[in-house]
Design a binder for this molecule. Structure first.
Ligand SMILES: Cc1cc2nc3c(=O)[nH]c(=O)nc-3n(C[C@H](O)[C@H](O)[C@H](O)COP(=O)(O)OP(=O)(O)OC[C@H]3O[C@@H](n4cnc5c(N)ncnc54)[C@H](O)[C@@H]3O)c2cc1C
Length: 138
């Protein structure tokens, strides 16, 4: 059988409110073009793709309905991967029911670090590339 269309699960196929895994993008991802690295990771994991308010409502790197936080979706995944998200209270309000929070941030003093179960201090895009390959090869 031949695949004629590959749908982006990260963007459309997985519901944020019921997702077991969420890959979430913050301003630290750098640009709309870079969001595709997070989307690749979300697709490899079968995860939903979400984002902070700047990325969704302000910069338009993701649709507005993907916003997570006080004025967006409240989520309760088993695993929440926060890529380049600083962890302001308005964002944390949407993820307080997440079981495991993994933060990927260049700044080891970012507020999200105190709220995360695991932190990778480093570049969000490099993390996405490495993890996507690892998950695909599993
Ligand atoms: C009434 C009100 C309601 C709000 N509701 C919401 C809401 O629902 N949801 C929400 O998210 N926000 C909400 N906000 C906004 C909130 O206060 C923050 O401004 C917002 O969450 C910050 O988004 P951010 O973490 O993506 O960006 P920033 O705060 O700019 O953080 C970017 C982070 O990326 C890191 N970074 C930079 N480059 C890299 C890299 N290459 N790799 C890894 N890390 C990197 C930086 O160290 C930084 O920690 C609300 C604000 C108000 C006033």
């Amino acid at each position: 059988m031949k695949a004629i269309e590959e749908k982006s699960k990260g963007e459309q196929g997985v519901n944020l409110s019921t997702a077991e895994i969420i890959v979430s993008v913050g301003r630290g991802i750098g640009s709309k073009e870079n969001v595709k690295y997070a989307e690749d990771l979300a697709n490899a994991l079968g995860a939903a793709l979400g984002g902070s308010r700047p990325v969704t409502a302000e910069l338009g790197w993701l649709p507005e309905d993907r916003q997570i936080g006080l004025s967006g979706n409240k989520v309760k995944p088993k695993l929440y991967i926060a890529l380049g998200i600083s962890g302001q209270p308005q964002h944390l309000a949407g993820i307080k029911d997440a079981k495991i929070i993994v933060a990927v941030n260049k700044d080891k003093n970012a507020p999200i670090v105190e709220n995360a179960d695991y932190t990778i201090v480093g570049d969000a895009i490099e993390f996405c590339k490495i993890m996507t390959e690892k998950v695909k090869n599993k």
